[in-house]
Each structure stands twice: as C-alpha cells, then as structure tokens.
Design a protein around this ligand. Structure first.
Ligand SMILES: Nc1nc2c(ncn2[C@@H]2O[C@H](COP(=O)(O)OP(=O)(O)OP(=O)(O)O)[C@@H](O)[C@H]2O)c(=O)[nH]1
Ligand SMILES: [Mg+2]
Length: 378
C-alpha cells in the first residue's frame, strides 16, 4: 500500500466520530440521502493459507451438479458443507440466494462443480422471476441434478394428514403411489426438473431434526419416485452425510480432466462474495419486506498487502427502508457493517476496511433496467 493511500485511510478512520454524527442526522431525517460512508476496520497482518493440489489420474472424473429445491430447504448450507468453506450466504428467511453460484469441490480423482441456485417458488415480481429463471437455467447441461428436500417439513406434513411416519408407514407399492405421497409443491418442482432431465438424486436434508424411525418410511417413498437415482439423507448443518453424498454423485460424472484448476473454489469474484456477505447481514438483522428490497453493489474493491478496502452501496426501494437500515443514531448500519466486515475478514483471511453507503432507487425490484444494472438478469 502506498503512503498516500495509507494516510487517506487513516484520515477516514479518524473521521469515525464525525461520521457517527452524519449517521445520526441521516437516521433522524430519513428523507435526506446518507452522504457519509460507514467506515470500519484497520490495518493488520495478512494470513495466507497454503494451497492443496491433489493429483487427477486418467480415471479421474469431473462434472457439473445443480442443487435445486424449494426456498429455505438448505441448498446453500449444503453446498458450503460440501466445500468445507462458506461461499454462498445462508439465512432462516426464504429467497436468500438470488444468483447461481458455482462451488468447486476438488479431491483426488474427483472434481464436482456444484451450482447453488435460488429456491423455486411462485414468482410474481420481476426480481423473483429472474431468480427462478436462474434456477431453471441451471438445470440445463449438467451431469446430475440434486433435488434438496427439507425432511422435517415432509415429516410434519405427513403427521398433519394423520400419517405419522414413526408409526410405520408401508413402503409405496409403485412409483405412482410414491409420487402421490409427495407434497403438491414438490410435485410441481419435479415436473420442472423432469422437463430437463430424466434422472435426479434426492437429498433429504435436516435429518438432525427427525428421528430415524420417522426417516425410514420417507426415504423408502422418495427412493421409489420415478427418475430418482438415489436418496441421500444428510444434515448440511452438522455435516453428516457429506462423504456419502459425494460417493453417490461420483458415478454420474464423466471420466475426464478437471474443468477448473484444483485450487479454484468458485467462478465468482471476491467482490461479488463481499456484496453477498453484506446482503446476508441485512437478511439476518432486518425484518419483513426490508431484506427483499435490498441490493448490494461493491463500488471499490482494492487489495493491499495488509488490508482490503471495500466500499459498498446498499440500494433500497424507499426512504423508509433507508431509515430502518440506518437505525437509531446509525446503530443498525453499524451492526450490519461490523457483521459484514467480520465475515469478509474470515473469507479474505485479511483485515478489511469497509465503507457503506445507503441509496434509494425507487422500485428497483420491478424495473428491468435497474435489475440488470444491479446484476440480476431480468
Ligand atoms: N436443522 C437444520 N437446519 C438447516 C440444515 N440445513 C440448513 N438449515 C437451515 O435452514 C435455513 C435455510 O438455509 P439456506 O441454506 O439459506 O437455505 P436455501 O435453500 O439456500 O434457501 P434460499 O436460498 O432462500 O432458497 C437456515 O436457517 C439454515 O441454518 C440442516 O441440515 N439442519
Ligand atoms: Mg440459498
């Protein structure tokens, strides 16, 4: 980092108190645009992890695997667990993921390129339609599709209809009988999947919340569904079943060289991942419609030897949402920014110096031009 840059950053840091006042003023008068950025972070030592390059022999297999499912079933958590790295953001709210994100899993003789996708749902707004479009597009030209099912929801659904799986539900007599036991929502999803492929692997996720006696009849049912090449029970949260899942996927990958360099983890840029980490904070810390009206763009991303300088703009649809994001005296924005900065530092293995601005772009989720500008293909 040059001395000029360092001193510019130091100047900004020493302006923190002034900035808090700016935030307070902006929060008190939400109709005025927030002019001053939130600045966090300071310089520190860089930690670099050693790359690991296993060999890929002549019998090595590589391929693309799409992860699809309803919103909130744990698709992103699953991809992160498979990779052993946090790449995709996760939250207890549905429709967290908005884009396809590739996560590359390379071990000896196997490379699996996972594609995490937005949850498939009845989309009405242009943003939601773009999200579902991204998911459907990811069904094309892949070697295998993984359909993730929240098994806890299945168990609860069965119980509600008086079919408690723990009380011993017989295996379905046919593929049709199995299909009839599946929730309409998932049957609709399967119709979309079958439009693109005649084989898919079910992953029954969240088994940490379901008893084994409840799980077995559900497993037998999903295994009997037409097109299912297997059913793998997992807990993406605890990591249970990840090795089993990789072994189940491997036979469906063609024999051939790696598609990506062994040390590459994703096709996405650090800039994109940092924007996502800030959006994740908004999903975790704000309520109701606010997270759904937020987009994040990184305007500055500069990697220096000891610190990465990130400047982000959070776009909202209404001035009232900006007021909520700032919070009283700028408290909410400080919380969001410090959470995002901690996640960015973990990911980058380096100190991060973060500035955040909040701007209003009326109805951006409904306009194709703004959707495209903010990176969502409308
Ligand atoms: N108990 C339990 N919770 C899980 C598991 N996997 C994911 N979750 C939780 O389920 C919620 C949704 O997880 P995500 O990974 O964001 O789900 P998603 O399918 O990617 O959601 P969208 O991107 O909104 O479609 C989070 O609160 C996760 O912690 C699991 O194996 N067990
Ligand atoms: Mg997701």
């Amino acid at each position: 980092m040059t001395d000029d840059k360092r001193s510019a950053i130091d100047d900004q840091r020493s302006d923190m108190d002034d900035l808090t006042t700016t935030l307070e003023a902006a929060a008190a008068a939400p109709d005025d645009l927030l002019e001053g950025p939130v600045i966090l972070g300071d310089a520190g030592d860089v930690v670099v992890s050693a790359p690991h390059l296993p060999p890929h022999g002549p019998q090595g297999r590589s391929g693309m695997v799409t992860i699809i499912g309803q919103p909130n079933v744990g698709k992103s958590t699953l991809m992160n667990a498979l990779l052993g790295e946090k790449l995709a953001i996760m939250s207890p709210k549905p429709q967290t993921t908005r884009d396809q994100i590739r996560g590359i899993h390379t071990i000896e003789d196997t490379q699996i390129v996972f594609i995490d996708t937005p949850g498939i749902h009845e989309a009405r707004s242009p943003l939601n339609r773009a999200m579902v479009g991204q998911a459907i597009e990811a069904l094309e030209q892949v070697d295998l599709v993984i359909v993730v099912i929240d098994v806890e929801k299945v168990r609860d659904g069965w119980k509600r209809t008086g079919n408690d799986p723990a009380l011993g539900v017989a295996a379905p007599a046919s593929a049709e009988a199995a299909e009839r036991r599946i929730h309409t929502r998932d049957r609709k999803l399967l119709r979309r999947v079958r439009h693109h492929t005649d084989k898919f692997l079910f992953v029954l996720n969240k088994i940490d919340n379901v008893r084994k006696t409840q799980l077995l009849p559900i497993l037998a049912t999903y295994a009997a569904v037409e097109g299912a090449v297997g059913v793998v029970p997992v807990s993406a949260l605890t990591g249970d079943g990840m090795d089993r899942l990789v072994s189940a996927i491997r036979p469906f990958l063609p024999v051939g060289p790696r598609l990506y360099d062994a040390e590459l983890l994703t096709d996405r840029t650090l800039r994109f991942l940092c924007a996502e980490l800030l959006r994740e904070q908004v999903f975790h810390k704000t309520k109701q419609e606010v997270p759904y009206g937020v987009a994040v763009q990184i305007e500055v991303f500069e990697e220096h030897p000891k610190v990465t300088h990130v400047q982000a703009v959070v776009w909202v649809e209404r001035a009232s949402q900006r007021g909520i994001l700032l919070g009283k005296g700028g408290a909410m924005m400080k919380e969001l920014a410090s959470g995002a900065r901690a996640s960015m530092e973990l990911m980058l293995d380096q100190k991060v110096y973060l500035e955040v601005l909040v701007r209003v772009e009326p109805r951006w989720t409904e306009r194709l031009d703004t959707l495209r500008r903010l990176g969502y293909d409308g």
